[in-house]
Structures are given as structure tokens and as C-alpha cells.
Design a binder for this molecule. Structure first.
Ligand code: HEM
Length: 364
């Protein structure tokens, strides 16, 4: 554990046991963290506390129960055909070009459409969502981000209001009309919740897929193995999430005087739980820095999907998306390789990925 004075001060938690303890003790560590998270693109709404993501204990549990039917392994499997169709369509358009940035042209294209479908948006609305979330996250200035964020928030608000008046059997209707602790949520809470869900559902998967492709570009033996045996992609995806999790870290706030790893902590202290570091803690993980397909991920359970009550709700969906996106990529462009002279830059932050993957292949 290390204290930093940066960004208003926080305590970085890097050890496996300490990270698990903080994630598992919601009576001492709250998921609500003041000032942490994405830029305040829609400032006035960002003040609200997002249900589930930023709440604890019973309130949080009620929300999880309300949403969990949309995220079971069966619900994720039901998306597989759609994911495959979107991947094939996207790749089919790329094949004749012989070159592309796989981040912009592939890994960021598929996940926004999938999370749009999970929410219950129509095909047209999904295309709109996909285009506008990319505009938001690609914005280079705060003014552009605010502008894109406003348009995007207004679009979501319209869908939220529609579902209040005409609820259907979809996830958005379930969220919008939920009664928790005897009350419904207001527009600000709903918009923040929906934006976080869209972000959790696509930025992570897009970045994880880009990191997976980079891993394959860097390790020819591994690539040969999973290309010949697509069934191995399941183990590949799980090891990827352990080895280089897209969500590198998330925050907690200390709510009561306590200790973690022998370090005294006080109410208001902010913690940054480094999932990626915990997954390589040499005290509990053998060869943590080595990417291995033969690991038993249950012993110890890796924390790439988080741990405790907030453990990733979308992990079954993410596993399906990643497996299918990689299978289809290796099938459609078996000979893709980095463009000569290209240097690949990773992106750093609480969400980690790859800035661009300029590759080429033989035109067919
Ligand atoms: C490779 C992809 C993904 C990774 C690595 C990942 C990782 C994580 C992690 C580490 C957390 C825990 C955060 C915390 O405890 O503070 C989390 C929570 C969450 N994830 Fe994911 N995630 C991924 C994909 C997805 C997808 C596709 C969805 C779909 C909507 C999703 C939805 C969520 C939700 C709703 C939570 C909050 C759960 C709660 O607060 O109870 N995630 N994720």
C-alpha cells in the first residue's frame, strides 16, 4: 500500500489480500468515491449518486437483484448470434481494404452496439448510440466532450422518459421503473446509471479486445495455438483478464476508522484498488508476470472482474463478446500483421487499452 498526494490524495492498494479485503467489506469501504471517475462531461448530472455502481450493502443488493436476470450466463449466450453477426459484417467491410486500425475499425465498433441491444434499443438507436459514444470518448477538448456529452445525455433521457410512459420487457425499462427502498430514482440518477452502464459495457470490452489482439501480435506461438484451436480462446480470454485487466483499478472511500494491510485508515480516505497488480501478487500467484493458458483461475480466483459485492455484473457477456470477436477476427483476417514501422502505444488510466493497432493483410 502506498499513499499519494496526487489528485487530492489517495491510497493505492496493490496486494491481492488487501484488495480483496477492501472490495469485500462494504461496511468499512464504500463504492462511492467523491471526485473519482470519468470527467464531468455533463456536470450538473454528474453530481447525482449512481444507483448500484456507487451504493453499498442492502441498497446495492436490491439493485443487483433487479438487474441480474439480464446478465446471467444464459442471457449472455443469447447475445452470441448478434455479436457474431455484427463482427462478421464489420470485418467483411474491412477485408477489401487490406489495412486498418483495428481499434477504430473493429474493437470499438462492436461493443457499443451490443450494450445498446442489451439495454433494449432498436437497431437505429444502437447505431446512433454507437456513433455518439465514440464522439464523446474521442473528444480532444473539454468543450467538445461537454458538447458531445450533452447530445448523448439528451438522447438517453428521451429513451428513459419513453420507458417510463411505455415500459417494455427490456433492461432500460427495468432500471427506469425500479422501486428501491420504497422510492423511484430521478432523472439525474438514471442518466448517470445509464451512462455508467454503457461505459462499463463497452469501453472495457473494446480495450480488452485491443489488448488481446496486441498479445496475439506479440506472441506468434500463442496466436498459432488459438488460431488452430478456437476452443482455447475461452482460457485465453480469462488469462487476459487476469494478466492485463481492462479495468486496472477502481476506487473506494473509507467510512470508518480501520486498518488494511497494517496501515491505519480514516473516514474519508480514498483508496484505489489495483486489480491488475493484485492479479500478479507474487505472494499468491505463481509466475504472475507470465501469460499462461493452463492456469486454474479459481485458485486463487483472479480479480480482473473485481471482487466482492460489486464484482463485474457483465462478465458473462464480456466473455462471450471477447471470444466471438477474436474468433471472427482470426477467421476473417488470418494473416493480419502490424504495418511496417508501426509502434503501438498502450493507453493508461483506470481503464487500460491500446491507442491504435495499424495492421495490414493480403487483400482478397
Ligand atoms: C473485459 C471486460 C470487463 C472487465 C475487465 C470488467 C471489470 C469490472 C470490474 C473490475 C468491476 C468491479 C468494479 C468495482 O468493484 O469497483 C466491474 C463492475 C461492473 N461491470 Fe464490468 N468489466 C467488463 C465488462 C463489462 C460488461 C460487458 C458489462 C456490461 C454491462 C459490465 C458491467 C459491469 C457492472 C454493471 C459493474 C458494477 C457492478 C456493481 O456495482 O455491482 N462489465 N467490471
Amino acid at each position: 500500500m502506498a499513499r499519494s498526494g496526487e489528485l487530492g490524495g489517495f491510497v493505492l492498494v496493490t496486494g491481492y489480500e488487501e484488495v480483496r479485503e477492501a472490495a469485500g467489506a462494504s461496511d468499512r469501504f464504500s463504492a462511492y468515491v467523491d471526485g473519482l471517475g470519468a470527467a464531468a462531461v455533463v456536470t450538473e448530472m454528474w453530481e447525482a449518486v449512481a444507483p448500484m455502481f456507487e451504493t453499498d450493502e442492502e441498497h446495492h443488493n436490491q439493485w443487483r437483484r433487479l438487474l441480474q436476470d439480464f446478465f446471467t450466463p444464459a442471457a449472455a449466450a443469447a447475445q452470441e448470434q448478434y455479436v457474431r453477426a455484427v463482427c462478421r459484417e464489420t470485418l467483411q467491410e474491412l477485408i477489401p481494404h487490406g489495412a486498418a486500425d483495428l481499434v477504430g475499425a473493429y474493437t470499438r465498433q462492436v461493443p457499443p452496439l451490443v450494450i445498446g441491444r442489451v439495454l433494449g434499443l432498436t437497431e437505429l438507436e444502437r447505431a446512433w448510440l454507437s456513433e455518439h459514444v465514440r464522439a464523446l470518448y474521442d473528444a480532444e477538448t473539454l468543450t467538445d466532450a461537454r458538447h458531445a456529452g450533452r447530445i448523448y445525455a439528451d438522447f438517453l433521457l428521451d429513451r428513459i422518459h419513453e420507458r417510463r410512459i411505455h415500459p417494455t420487457a427490456d433492461l432500460l425499462s427495468q432500471m427506469v421503473n425500479a422501486q428501491v427502498d420504497g422510492r423511484s430514482t430521478d432523472d439525474d440518477e438514471q442518466i448517470k446509471m445509464t451512462m455508467l452502464l454503457v461505459a462499463a459495457g463497452h469501453l472495457t470490452t473494446a480495450d480488452a479486445c485491443a489488448t488481446a489482439i496486441l498479445q496475439l501480435l506479440e506472441d506468434a506461438t500463442l496466436r498459432e495455438h488459438v488460431s488452430a484451436e478456437p476452443a482455447a480462446l475461452e482460457a485465453f480470454v480469462e488469462e487476459l483478464v487476469r494478466y492485463e485487466p481492462a479495468v486496472a483499478a477502481t476506487g473506494r472511500t473509507v467510512t470508518t476508522a480501520t486498518q488494511l494491510g497494517g496501515v491505519p485508515l480514516f473516514p474519508g480516505d480514498r483508496l484505489l484498488l489495483a486489480w491488475g497488480s493484485a492479479n500478479r501478487d507474487e505472494r499468491v500467484v505463481d509466475d504472475g508476470d507470465v501469460f499462461r493458458l493452463d492456469r486454474e483461475h479459481s485458485r486463487p480466483q483472479h480479480v480482473g472482474w473485481g471482487s466482492g459485492e460489486h464484482r463485474c455484473l457483465g462478465r458473462h457477456l464480456a466473455r462471450v463478446e471477447l471470444r466471438v470477436m477474436l474468433t471472427e477476427l482470426l477467421r476473417a483476417l488470418p494473416d493480419f500483421r502490424l504495418q511496417p514501422g508501426a509502434t503501438v502505444c498502450r493507453t493508461f488510466g483506470v481503464i487500460r487499452g491500446v491507442a491504435a493497432l495499424p495492421v495490414r493483410w493480403e487483400r482478397r
